[in-house]
Design a protein around this ligand. Structure first.
Ligand SMILES: [Zn+2]
Ligand SMILES: [Zn+2]
Length: 75
């Protein structure tokens, strides 16, 4: 299972492959980024506030707020 984040509407979902891209609430199709494997620790990006579960620091590419994610480990 991987964490996917839409660059446009900032929704995050878990899935084994890239989720359906239809119907982004921000308009058009979702623009998914793979943030890495789902794990047991909570991480939150200080910039876009995305909150996902991962075993190690998630992929930092493509923060919807601009540049790279700035992950903080919560647990
Ligand atoms: Zn979207
Ligand atoms: Zn971010």
């Amino acid at each position: 299972m991987n964490n996917y984040l839409c660059q446009k509407c900032k929704v995050s979902v878990q899935g084994s492959s890239s989720p359906n891209s239809n119907g982004c609430p921000s308009g058009g199709n979702h623009n998914w980024t793979n943030l890495g494997s789902v794990g047991t620790h909570d991480y939150q990006c200080k910039k876009c506030q995305t909150h996902i579960k991962s075993n190690s620091s998630p992929n930092s590419n493509g923060c919807p707020s601009g540049g790279n994610h700035n992950w903080t480990k919560l647990t």
